[in-house]
Design a protein around this ligand. Structure first.
Ligand code: UDP
Length: 473
């Protein structure tokens, strides 16, 4: 008998590796063998971040393998204008070589390939080798709708052939019943450098052409959250949110920084619903002046805070805190390099989440019923802010001053407004409940879709649902 064996390939960044690792665990639990492909660079980082000796070749039935990303070891991978070109040129042949090797030498051949949409060009490798394939989309399905409808955005004159928005005062109303797409919503427009914008746009156009041709695009979302969007996208299957909350978790080979577990002990000592949790995800970069202003703003609140200040939160040098800041706040707050964020957000001491609005962070905030204060930095984060603040109404937005700085007074004021806002707390609690239902064992729509997908990998016919009554295909 052929054992279903999935090869899972994430784009090499934190917010992509995390949900695909979770998907791998779910598939393994459903009887699928999983081989998870890290780039050598990612692999070195996630292994260095793990506590010693806690991980072997197999982890909960998942095998890790690596391929090169094509960039030199010491090359700066944050410069995506170059990185996109390099991975697109190099990764297909490395992936093909890997699959051919596994299928020639091993008893359990790769029977299915799941590729992150942001490296959608790798789907062509599976097609060439005649292996069934699916895409996974780690951001919102609304962002996916943009990427699959670039043609309509061009035809409507919203963007030009370089992806540049033509009129910053106009939204694109291209999908019936879906909130109009605003100038800051397409992910590629939010690179500060226009050169990056164009490279990113061309890269994404090419990628999502490949994604359009797969039967299934697995979405890290749930139907009730984005129903109008799902109605437009044949083949988009809601299977999320893919959070590890329902699984006893060992440290995973998916975190690029070592988690500071002592922050949980610190949270244990704080009063219920008192702590401001501050995290900008894995890629945000802030200016020194902004870091100082944020530090002073948190101090000014007089409330306990837990602030994730990644070692590379500033681009070229470690952040410098205002004079005496760390001493003055030693009893009030904690500043750490990296946290076990899902655990932090589920802690009863956490009152609100100051977030950069990465999709994973937004889902984690929702799933734990935590009101959010939005500080988007780039990519899809402005669209996610629209969801959080205007459509779901579970958070507030921070405003920059005329110099592009979010001032300490603004930080204090908005945190107070957010904490006192009962409407927001009520709505986020309702959404938390909807998340719980979507991923419930047995009856959750996302859970059932994932089970159905696993059955298709075993040869069954697909029958996915967007909600309890409506069949997608
Ligand atoms: N994260 C974490 N610890 C931290 C900060 C972030 O584990 O201290 C995780 C967070 O839980 C989320 C991921 O990093 O799953 C970041 O993904 P997201 O989509 O929010 O943002 P990105 O890093 O892609 O900008």
């Amino acid at each position: 008998m052929v054992v279903p064996h999935a090869l899972v390939v994430p784009y090499p960044a934190q917010g992509h590796v995390d949900p695909l690792m979770e998907l791998s665990h779910r598939l393994a639990k459903l009887g699928i063998l999983v081989t998870f492909v890290h780039t050598e660079f990612s692999h070195a980082h996630v292994m260095a971040a793990l506590p010693e000796n806690c991980f072997g070749e197999y982890n909960g039935g998942i095998r890790l393998v690596t391929i090169p990303d094509g960039a030199a070891n010491d090359e700066e991978r944050r410069d995506r204008s170059r990185f996109f070109v390099v991975i697109k040129r190099s990764m297909p042949s490395f992936l093909e070589e890997l699959i051919v090797k596994i299928n020639e030498r091993e008893e359990n051949k790769i029977t299915y390939v799941i590729v992150d949409g942001f490296i959608g060009f790798l789907l062509n490798v599976a097609e060439k080798l005649k292996i069934p394939r699916a895409a996974f989309f780690p951001a919102s399905t609304w962002q996916l709708a943009i990427l699959l409808n670039i043609g309509k955005l061009l035809d409507s004159g919203f963007i030009n052939h370089n992806g540049s928005v033509q009129n910053y005062d106009k939204a694109a109303d291209i999908l019936e019943d879906v909130h109009p797409i605003r100038p800051k919503h397409p992910c590629w427009v939010n690179y500060k450098d226009v050169k990056w914008q164009v490279i990113c746009f061309k890269y994404l156009c090419n990628n999502f052409e490949a994604v359009k041709h797969v039967d299934h695009i697995l979405c890290n979302s749930f139907s009730e959250l984005e129903l109008p969007v799902f109605r437009h996208l044949n083949g988009a299957v809601p299977i999320g949110p893919l959070l590890s909350a329902n699984r006893s978790t060992l440290p995973q080979p998916s975190s690029f920084w070592a988690e500071d577990l002592s922050c949980i002990d610190w949270l244990d000592q704080q009063p219920n619903c008192s702590v401001i949790y501050v995290s900008f995800g894995s890629m945000t970069v802030l200016r020194q002046q902004q870091i100082s202003e944020l530090a002073l703003g948190l101090e000014l609140t007089g409330r306990p805070f837990l602030w994730v200040c990644r070692p590379d939160l500033m681009e070229f040098s470690p952040a410098i805190y205002p004079d005496g800041f760390l001493d003055r706040v030693s009893k009030q707050g904690r500043v750490v390099n990296w946290t076990p964020q899902k655990e932090v957000l589920s802690h009863p001491s956490v009152a609100c989440f100051l977030t950069h609005c990465g999709w994973n962070s937004a889902l984690e905030g929702l799933s734990n019923g935590v009101p959010m204060l939005c500080w988007p930095y780039f990519f899809d984060q402005f669209q996610n802010q629209t969801y959080i603040v205007e459509l779901w109404k579970v958070g507030l937005a921070l405003a920059e001053d005329s110099l592009g700085i979010v001032r300490k007074e603004e930080i204090k004021e908005k945190i107070e407004d957010l904490i006192k806002n009962d409407g927001i707390r009520k709505r986020v609690t309702e959404l938390k409940d909807k998340v719980r239902k979507a991923v419930m064992d047995g009856s959750g729509v996302s859970t059932r879709n994932l089970e159905c997908f696993a059955s298709t990998m075993k040869g069954a016919k697909a029958r996915f649902t967007t909600n309890n009554t409506e069949k997608l295909q």
